[in-house]
Design a binder for this molecule. Structure first.
Ligand code: SF4
Length: 322
């Protein structure tokens, strides 16, 4: 159990990726939600947002050192909220997540901004409009649905319904038409019926996720679900439901990737491909991995336009546009 008052200011909030190009900055700690399957509220304590000025200074420092992409991290970034301390110069200042995103985006158009994780109950249109306004804020949102059934969502204590989630997806499609959306999905949560499982599958069809992290429910000691709900779905049923979810996730990912074939995408080169030293790899705005033949002139850390020629179920393949 972590302290409610402690800020853990001495724990380094910046994590560097070994490639010298992408890095992560924690903008907050803990979580005030109480999803019934999750241990985070018990292990990381209450939500605490970090000072936006130190976050911007860290991102600026990374950019000055050659980093080209920062990912702002929090259990629920949409509830980021910082207020200046009483009795200081900034006592009247309040910063929400949309405003923080904007401050980081203004560092340089060459610094890409990503963030994770968004919570469907908290993501605002203001955040979506900020993403749409700045080219360097990536058009990619990880928006975990967990289940497509309102009754199961209530048992999970997710505090939104199927309809609410769909409304948020509609807002994303309206404000950022080419935005990629990914999700976390749990198969076989306590008391989930076959119809409710089907609702999860139909939600996947509705959204057309670019990517989904899929799990079958397994009880975590100390969680609300472990204390109050029976883990009553037989293992073989969970397995079968998970397989159906995974199959649909792979189909929709492939479909979404195929939509890029023939297009020219702007890629941040991250380094050589794991599979071939003569190829580079990097991601596009929507977080899809792209592999293409390396050339002498292009170095990791540069942006390059790549014509997409084909795709596998997880990767786009192409060549540098002349
Ligand atoms: S699942 Fe996410 S939002 Fe829910 S309690 Fe855990 S960390 Fe918080």
């Amino acid at each position: 159990m972590l302290s409610r008052e402690e800020t853990y200011a001495d724990i380094s909030p910046v994590r560097l990726n070994g490639n010298g190009i992408t890095a992560f900055i924690s903008i907050m700690r803990g979580c005030d939600n109480m999803c019934s399957f999750c241990v985070v509220p018990f292990t990381r304590g209450r939500e605490r947002s970090r000072d936006p000025y130190s976050i911007v200074a860290e991102a600026q420092d990374l950019f000055d050192r050659g980093y080209k992409e920062v990912t702002l991290l929090g259990q629920n970034v949409d509830s980021y909220k910082w207020k200046g301390a009483e009795g200081t110069e900034s006592a009247e200042v309040q910063v929400n997540f949309a405003q923080l995103l904007e401050k980081v985006a203004l560092i340089s158009p060459d610094l890409r901004i990503r963030f994770s994780t968004s919570h469907p109950k908290d993501i605002t249109d203001e955040v979506l409009y900020t993403i749409a306004k700045y080219d360097n804020i990536c058009n990619y949102i990880h928006l975990p649905v967990q289940s497509g059934s309102s009754r199961v969502l209530e048992l999970m204590n997710r505090t939104y319904t199927r309809e609410w989630y769909m409304n948020r997806v509609d807002a994303i499609r309206r404000i950022i038409p080419d935005c990629a959306i990914s999700s976390d999905i749990i198969a076989g949560f306590c008391t989930e019926t076959e119809e409710e499982h089907q609702e999860t599958l139909s939600m996947m069809d509705y959204v057309g996720y670019d990517f989904a992290f899929t799990f079958s429910y397994s009880e975590r000691p100390g969680t609300l679900a472990a204390r109050k709900l029976a883990d009553d779905i037989p293992e073989e049923v969970k397995k079968r439901r998970l397989a159906e979810i995974l199959k649909k996730a792979q189909e929709t990912s492939l479909y979404r990737l195929q939509q890029n074939v023939g297009k020219t995408l702007r890629i941040l080169v991250e380094g050589t491909s794991k599979k071939s030293k003569t190829d580079y790899c990097g991601r596009n705005d929507q977080n899809a991995m792209v592999v293409f033949p390396a050339t002498e002139e292009i170095k990791p850390g540069q942006y390059v336009n790549v014509i997409i020629e084909r795709c596998t179920s997880a990767t786009l393949l192409g060549r540098i546009a002349k």
